[in-house]
Design a protein around this ligand. Sequence first.
Ligand code: ZN
Length: 465
Amino acid sequence: MQFDTIIRDGTVVTASDTYASDIGITSGRIAAIARDLPADSARTLLDAKGFLVIPGGIDVHTHLDMPFGGTTSSDDFETGTRAAAFGGTTTLIDFAIQYKGQSLRQALDTWMKKAEAKAVADYAFHCIITDVAAAQLEEMGALVREGISTFKLFMAYPGVFMLDDATIFRAMLQAAKHGGMICMHAENGGAIDVIVRRALAEGKTAPKYHALTRPTTAEGEATSRAIALAEMAGAPVYIVHLSCNDALEKVREARDRGLPVYAETCPQYLYLSLDNFDAPGFEGAKYVFTPPLREKWHQEKLWQGLARDTLQVVSTDHCPFCFKEQKELGKDDFTKIPNGGPGVEHRLSLIYSGGVHGGKFSANRFVELVSTAPAKLFGLYPRKGTIAVGSDADLVVFDPNAEQVISAKTHHMRVDYSMFEGIRVRGLPKVVLSRGRVIVQDGKFTGRAGAGEFIRRQTFSGPAM
Ligand SMILES: [Zn+2]
């Protein structure tokens, strides 16, 4: 048997197994997993001795090239997918946004154009629906058939994205009918809006008030309501960027009752807290995103949630805005600060470091959280999310003991600060392959813009996990 590439002598780690093996790659796919594949049977040999070989990371929540609050997120599909690759993430699921009056198809076309010539690794889309009339409900089935099997709805941002319960319920019924799934931004936007207006009227305009006006109760309530609506609709629901124990408890109760309820959290909620708003001057704006940072004690609850499978996925909600000129739009009013933070590059290292080295879960659970569960829940499995014969050769040779101090000076995201500045991580990607091509090796980018492909996702396959 002839291979394009053999990864030799690595320790293969999947969501279920850990074993020593070589991996043979042909035409972008894994063709053989065996000990001692003959060295002369491949054009390229990659030595993985002493390192782990894991499936490429899948980040199911990013916002590249996204207009928001009069500006646009600072990473496009080239810089964003490249930074992701440096961090060991080889597939992104971004969001195509349907604006009022548009068809879902128009949203998809717009985002396909943004990504097509730029992405260095594979990508897929969820569709954000902001205007759910009969026509758009009708169109959901067609989108599912084209590989857009998940739809994001908002219970927050009144007047912009927020939908009422009846509309959410209708969309859930429709998603369930076509094998799709609803991803929910769960915060009680109506109550938050009143609290925000009151704060502004009292002259509270600093960045920290973004966090202080969005109580955890608002997230807990909306999470509970989203779950109830999904239960009545007989639909699965996925809670995005879960940030606090209030919401975690609701998800745990629902899963204990056997409901197909899933949730993700993000590294910022595991590593950062309200304390970050003590930063001098306007620097708290670096941590303005939604849901906001919480009191520190929530972090431990979220780590436990990941270990105990109350939370199934770690994504990043990567939505970078530069501190200069972009975050500064809200200098005198926190409601004008573009919401979002950069994180796509450091997800694997932060979760390996805190989770595996931190003694909270195994390397297998780490792989499950950053790759396998995202692939299964979002219709990419087994093409992606595991190491198996026939799967795409999206692979990461991962050095579990290499250390790095995260800094904006050395990161690859197109943004002028890091949320995780100064945090030391242990566990770094060494070589990253996308469909068999080496795109990052020892800190050098060797990929190409436009090489990434749009991946049509399968329908939601039921509560298999
Ligand atoms: Zn988001």
